[in-house]
Unconditional design. Structure first.
Length: 183
C-alpha cells in the first residue's frame, strides 16, 4: 500500500488515497519519515540492521557454510549477546542458509516435462480412497503396528487405517475392476 501511495500521491494526494485504502495518513507519513531518516526507526529495526551486517560478515568469512547455530556461536565468541531465534529470523530474511551435511535430496521422479504418463489435456482416472463400510462389514485393516487383522467394528479405539484402491472407468461402465481392493 505504501508503494501505491508513493506512486499516486502526486496526482491525488495522500489523504484522498488513504480514505479509500485501509490505512491512516499518519501511518503513511510515519513510514515515509522512517525511510528518509534511519535514526527514527524503532530500536529493533536499528538493531537488526547492525546484526545483519555482522551476520553477513561471519557468513562470508566462513565461505558461506555456517548455518544459524554456528553463526550464533561465533557472534557469542565475539561478545555479542543475541538469541538464536533472532539469528534464524535475520538469516531467513537475508536468504542465507548453511551447508547441510549428508546425502543430497533426491526425488523419486524426474521433473522434466516429458516424464508425464498422459498428455496434459487428458483427465486423470477416477480413483476412490475412501472405504464406505458399516460396522457389520468385515474389512481388512492395516494397523500402525504393522499387523493386518480382520475387524468387525471400524470404530475401534486402536489406531488403524483402511487402504482401499478402486479404479472406475471414465465411461462409468461396471466391471470387475471397480470392486474395492483392500490391502
Amino acid at each position: 500500500m505504501i508503494a501505491f501511495i508513493d506512486d499516486h500521491r502526486g496526482v491525488y494526494g495522500v489523504e484522498p488515497i488513504c480514505k479509500v485504502l485501509p490505512i491512516a495518513p499518519s501511518t503513511y507519513r510515519a513510514d515515509a519519515t522512517r525511510r528518509a531518516d534511519p535514526a527514527k526507526l524503532p530500536a529493533r529495526a536499528r538493531r537488526d540492521l547492525v546484526l545483519k551486517a555482522d551476520i553477513r560478515r561471519v557468513f562470508d568469512a566462513n565461505f558461506g557454510v555456517y548455518g544459524v547455530r554456528k553463526v550464533w556461536r561465533q557472534l557469542g565468541r565475539e561478545g555479542k549477546e543475541v538469541s538464536r531465534c533472532t539469528i534464524a529470523r535475520l538469516m531467513r530474511q537475508m536468504g542465507l542458509k548453511g551447508v547441510v551435511r549428508g546425502r543430497e535430496v533426491r526425488t523419486p521422479r524426474r521433473a522434466s516435462a516429458g516424464s508425464r504418463s498422459r498428455p496434459p489435456g487428458k483427465p486423470a482416472p477416477v480413483r476412490q480412497g475412501i472405504a464406505q463400510a458399516s460396522r457389520q462389514t468385515r474389512c481388512r485393516v492395516d494397523q500402525s503396528a504393522g499387523k493386518t487383522n480382520d475387524r468387525t467394528s471400524l470404530n475401534s479405539r486402536s489406531r488403524c487405517r483402511i487402504v482401499v484402491d478402486t479404479f472406475r472407468d471414465p465411461e462409468g461402465s461396471k466391471s470387475a475392476a471397480e470392486t474395492p481392493i483392500l490391502r
